[in-house]
Design a protein around this ligand. Structure first.
Ligand code: ZN
Ligand code: ZN
Length: 353
């Protein structure tokens, strides 16, 4: 059984749980060191059981090894889970409150026949996922590499007259041919005034000279994600745009400089936010400064003003300040950071375009 499962079993003990039903695919993938789909994982002191259906049993046999036994559920998976809980004599079974639909909870409760109770849990596996191990860091590095190669390629591909969606299509094509399984999320290509919408839905708009093009992209490599934003300029850059770009870049630098173990996460957010406010753009940067990523594109820790925890070595997160001026343009610069024992490494140390 792997170290991750040993750690989560220790968490069960701490939380006075006899078992834990894991339903978030990223958490199951993490605990089984695989890419898990359409499965549930029941963890308890005696054994771990991986429930899936016939579509996935062959691949599951390949990756489960001694981490969990496989149970193929051809009928109702919840019947199989409830039966296993009863057979193992579990009394308090934790479930992931954010990742079990109410109907599923109700069904499982009904099938428990009051022999076991379902206990809501929050973030038990996610907190382990905050600190990446060497194998995870290696996969993320590869995802970052592909992302950087894509940015390099797109910088040559971009020209006035292309539609935003044509650029999206080229990115999708390129990343797959460069070794990624898929995009980590819907690629954002936001040209001209569309760039003021932080999560613009790319469309038919033509890319024009003398306007910015904001591109936010990420890839998935062996289950691990990346997330990077760059702003490109075609033609001349106007004075205001240059000014705003430099403020965002400086805000990002100020935040990155602070990153090292034991610093308060909220302090990092504050450094970038205060600088942007001092430059006269308070209220034009409303989202968090960054977020962890790995098996999911957004995961713990959240780099926000409200985050009470400290930075730890092995965390990987984005730093992405932005300034958005509706009707005009927006600038966001997003890089990926690995916290080291003494400070941090900017994994995406690509040239800012
Ligand atoms: Zn992004
Ligand atoms: Zn991001």
């Amino acid at each position: 059984m792997n170290l991750r499962l040993i750690k989560i079993r220790a968490e069960l003990k701490k939380n006075k749980l006899d078992g834990l039903l894991v339903s978030l695919p990223a958490n199951i993938s993490y605990l089984t060191e695989s890419i898990s789909r359409d499965a549930y994982l029941l963890i308890c002191a005696e054994k771990n059981i991986y429930f899936t259906d016939s579509r996935y049993t062959e691949e599951a046999k390949g990756f489960l090894k001694d981490n969990a036994c496989l149970e193929q559920s051809n009928g109702s998976v919840f019947k199989a889970i409830a039966k296993a809980c009863r057979k193992l004599g579990l009394k308090n079974v934790g479930f992931e409150e954010r990742y079990l639909a109410f109907a599923e909870f109700a069904r499982l409760h009904q099938l428990s026949k009051n022999e076991f109770s379902l206990v809501p849990t929050h973030g038990l596996v996610e907190q382990l996922r905050e600190i990446k191990d060497a194998s995870e860091i290696a996969k993320i590095r590869k995802a970052v590499q592909i992302t950087q190669a894509t940015v390099e390629h797109i910088s040559k591909f971009l020209h006035p007259g292309l539609k935003e969606v044509e650029v999206v299509g080229e990115i999708e094509r390129f990343i797959r041919l460069t070794g990624a399984r898929a995009c980590a999320f819907d690629v954002i290509v936001a040209s001209g005034p569309n760039s003021s919408k932080p999560h613009h839905l790319s469309g038919e708009r033509l890319i024009c000279d003398n306007q910015p093009v904001l591109i936010d992209l990420g890839v998935e490599y062996q289950g691990y994600k990346s997330d990077l934003t760059r702003v490109f300029f075609l033609g001349k850059i106007n004075v205001l745009l240059r000014k705003v770009y430099n403020i965002v870049l400086k805000a990002q630098e100020k935040a990155i400089k602070l990153i090292r173990p034991n610093v308060e996460i909220a302090e990092i957010d504050k450094a970038a936010r205060d600088y942007i406010a001092k430059c006269g753009y308070a209220g034009k940067f409303e989202h968090n400064l960054g977020h962890g990523f790995g098996l999911e594109v957004h995961e713990s820790p959240h780099i926000s003003a409200k985050e009470g925890s400290l930075v730890e070595a092995g965390m990987i997160f984005t730093i992405e300040p932005g300034i958005y001026l509706p009707g005009k343009f927006g600038v966001r610069i997003e890089d990926m950071i690995l916290v080291t024992n003494k400070g941090c490494e900017v994994l995406s140390g690509a040239v800012h375009k």
